[in-house]
Design a protein around this ligand. Structure first.
Ligand code: F6R
Length: 342
């Protein structure tokens, strides 16, 4: 059975198609941003508020800008803005469902602060409140799992950030990245299948740095939600000051089998490049495997999204190998129910 057939056998809701639609999502995100026809925003920084699949777009957009960021941009995951947030920072609230209580709380906190607000959602409480308050809503298409709408999250956030003046627009990079992903799809799928087979049965521990730091976290979350499997992520060079020691306890006779996945990029500091090399050597004896992945593509955006798509496909390939449906996240839903949805 091919990797695609194995995924399709457990994927009645078409999560594979959703991941494969990333290039279309990116183009549509730009169009949806334009269609919202936002008035100019006068601000000195941007706070992106969201949770889970609706927050990662903020981290990824910030990473794509990298050193091109000219004003502060941060992602807030939680119920409140930082007490240091000044009222001249715009607050962008992103919730796919529009009903995530943490994001709705940040929306209210931004009002109390007097900060300019922008929202992106398919509906829910957030859309209702924004409509009532005259706050712009960038409409997202319904019917996806929030985490599968990462192209929207990334593309819309990057456009909002450029609109707020925290960095210049990367729209041409986004267009080129969409074309690049389309051309790489088969190769990415094959690579994802191989990687999933290599790590199957072990716990993936992913490491990134700079551009690839939020990608590592995205991989971790996709293994958790799509593959229903534990996974962890950390960042270089910090992991060389703690996690590297923990690998001594890994392995069959210790904490169990772990696989290291290093997301490496040509923009990394030369010492970080060296650290990945040496760390791979040092942990190899206790790891199921050390998989060193060099991002592919021209621009930062291209390489970032290439690595995101490889992770998304690998998580689906692992779901296929495990025989689990990648779509449902019942435990998240039941937790939200037990908390009492807003
Ligand atoms: C589900 C998923 C979750 C949600 C999170 C927030 O696919 O990825 O992490 O994104 O529970 O919900 P929304 O995105 O609706 O604000």
């Amino acid at each position: 059975m091919s990797v695609v057939e194995r995924i399709q056998a457990v994927d009645p809701s078409g999560q594979l198609d959703a991941v494969r639609s990333l290039p279309d999502q990116l183009r549509d995100a730009v169009w949806r941003f334009d269609s919202a026809d936002l008035a100019p925003v006068d601000c000195r920084g941007l706070v992106v508020c969201g949770m889970g699949g609706s927050a990662i777009g903020g981290d990824l957009a910030r990473a794509a800008f990298g050193d091109r960021l000219t004003l502060p941009m941060e992602t807030v995951r939680g119920y409140a803005l930082s007490s240091a947030t000044p009222p001249d920072h715009a607050v962008f609230c992103s919730s796919y469902s529009g009903n995530t209580e943490e994001t709705v709380a940040c929306y209210a906190a931004a009002e109390a602060l007097g900060a300019p607000r922008i929202t992106a959602t398919t509906g829910g409480t957030l859309a209702e409140s924004a409509r009532a308050d005259g706050v712009p809503v960038i409409g997202l298409p319904a019917g996806l799992q929030p985490r599968a709408a990462v192209g929207y999250g990334f593309g819309v956030t990057a456009e909002v950030a450029a609109h707020c003046g925290v960095a210049s627009s990367i729209r041409t990079e986004i267009d080129a990245a969409a074309a690049h992903l389309e051309s790489q799809l088969d190769a990415l799928m094959a690579r994802a299948g191989e990687l999933a087979e290599a790590i199957q049965g072990s716990v993936p521990v992913i490491a990134g740095c700079g551009l690839t730091a939020p990608v590592g976290y995205r991989w971790k979350c996709q293994f958790n939600e799509n593959s229903k499997w534990p996974a962890f992520s950390h960042v270089m060079p910090e992991l060389d000051h703690n996690e590297i020691v923990g690998w001594q306890g890994a392995g069959a006779g210790g904490a169990g089998e772990f696989s290291a996945i290093f997301l490496e990029d040509r923009d990394h500091h030369p010492r970080v490049r060296q650290r990945f090399e040496l760390t791979a050597e040092l942990i190899a004896p206790n790891a199921r495997g050390v998989h060193r992945i060099e991002t592919e593509g021209e621009s930062r955006t291209e390489r970032l999204l290439w690595a995101v798509m490889l992770g998304d496909l690998t998580s689906l390939a692992l779901a296929g190998l495990r025989g689990v449906d990648p779509e449902p996240v019942d435990v998240i839903e039941s937790l939200k129910d037990r908390l009492g949805r807003p």
